[in-house]
Ligand binder design. Structure first.
Ligand code: SDX
Length: 393
């Protein structure tokens, strides 16, 4: 009976919840975290400060930020038995597979993480542990991929510097932290920190609505983010730009492919379910790409190809009619590449940034005691029929 059920596949016109965390205006291209414009936070804040803002709802005082940051620093080490699980992965394993597995595995090491206790102390402990250990595990996935020795975190470094140290240092030589790169990492993580009810955040909320653990819910969110239509797009964009470069740099050929309904190829990094105008994050990242490459003295031909592709698409009726603009994933890979982060790690960087958003949304859903998510359907299968013994089939 479908009298009372309306199907809205992809939830294009369905509001799943009420939330006070992030505001998007798709027509105007506006993004605000707890009311603060993304443009101001990207330029003036730090990732941990934005994480605190998203999770606790206010900009922290210096004392609150110091306590949050010090607590995270104290929990960056990962249980040695997690390393044993880690050592079982083949070096060619995709980092997102390792990340989602190990984040879920943390529930086996920390009973507080699966406790129904929603006291501030227990929630804060789970938040701190997850914020602290994800970067360590993320850096390990890179070292595993490269066949390099894993690095332990250093408590004398701040969040972004520590992540870079764990990613790129070797026991055999001194590692210099580049402030330009630290600033770029902070800005990129801020820009990815939350985005209201996107696919991976909706996944975290749905899994969490069953009173599942924060770690298990985030592990599910990591898998949703890995999808090439979602966070996985940042890896696809650079691979697309490299394919255009190998093909001689003719962007018009790829624009034609993207418009051809018989060709599954899409212009990765373009289009958005909500933004029908420029993704404000893409504007900031595009400017940052120029700044970072100039500061590092790098000229990447992919940046020029990306700019040409953007210009071509923004004037082509197919894209204009459908209001397809560059999204957050279109330029981010250019910066990751300039920093030395390989394409397989791009979506891990997205997950690192999105973690506080997932945490804030899971926490809000639980604090609001939202019911378990259980949508209905319109049944289109066989009607009532009798079982037939196998010899009669
Ligand atoms: C992220 O939701 C979020 O907030 C996500 C995110 C976040 O911060 O969490 O912003 C992060 O996931 C950004 C999006 C990254 N994905 C990509 O860049 C992959 C390429 N883009 C698309 O596949 C697509 O645009 C989506 C998935 C982003 C949005 O898909 P929708 O809203 O379901 O739109 P659609 O697929 O129905 O497209 C509408 C029309 C279609 O053409 P018609 O059937 O009307 O003729 O636009 C076309 C599509 O074929 N189209 C594209 C296109 N994107 C849409 N055609 C060519 N290239 C594209 N990139």
């Amino acid at each position: 009976q479908t009298g009372y059920i309306t199907i809205d596949s992809g939830y294009k016109n369905t509001g799943a919840t009420k939330s006070a965390i992030t505001f998007l205006d798709g027509e105007e291209g506006i993004l605000r975290y707890r009311g603060y414009p993304i443009e101001q936070l990207a330029e003036q804040s730090s990732f941990l400060e934005v994480a605190y803002l998203l999770i606790y709802g206010t900009l922290p005082t210096q004392a609150e930020l110091d306590e949050f940051s010090n607590q995270i620093t104290k929990h960056t080490l990962v249980h040695e038995d997690v390393r044993k699980i880690f050592d079982g992965f083949p070096s060619a394993a995709h980092p997102m597979a390792i990340l989602s597995s190990l984040i879920c595995a943390l529930t086996a090491f920390y009973p507080e993480s699966v406790s129904p206790d929603l006291s501030k102390e227990n929630i804060d402990l789970n938040v701190i542990r997850l914020m602290a250990k994800l970067p360590t595990i993320a850096a390990w996935t890179y070292k595993n991929n490269m066949g390099h020795p894993l690095n332990y975190p250093r408590n004398d470094l701040d969040y972004a510097a520590n992540f870079l140290y764990m990613m790129f240092s070797f026991p055999t030589e001194k590692y210099e932290i580049n402030p330009v790169v630290v600033r770029a990492i902070n800005k990129l993580l801020i820009l990815h920190a939350d985005h209201e009810q996107n696919c991976s955040t909706s996944t975290v909320r749905l899994v969490g609505s069953a009173n599942a653990s924060l770690y298990g819910s985030v592990s599910a969110g990591i898998n949703a983010l890995w999808g090439p239509l979602h966070g996985g797009a940042n890896q696809e964009v650079v691979e697309m730009l490299e394919a255009i470069q190998r093909d001689g740099g003719d962007t018009s050929k790829f624009i034609a492919k993207a418009k051809d309904k018989n060709d599954p190829f899409r212009l990765m990094g373009f289009g958005h379910r909500v933004y029908k105008n420029f993704d404000p994050r893409a504007k900031i990242i595009k400017k940052a790409a120029d700044e970072v490459l100039t500061a590092l003295g790098i000229s990447d031909p992919l940046l020029k190809i990306a700019q040409e592709l953007e210009q071509a698409a923004l004037t082509d009726p197919y894209f204009v009619e459908r209001k397809l603009y560059p999204n957050v994933d279109f330029y981010s890979g250019i910066i990751y590449k300039a920093i030395g982060i390989p394409t397989e790690m791009f979506t891990v960087m997205f997950a690192l940034g999105r973690l506080p958003g997932w945490i804030a949304q899971w926490k809000e859903m639980r604090e609001n005691k939202e019911p378990i998510g259980r949508p209905r359907q319109v049944y289109t299968g066989e009607l009532d029929r009798d079982y037939t013994p196998i010899e009669q089939r």
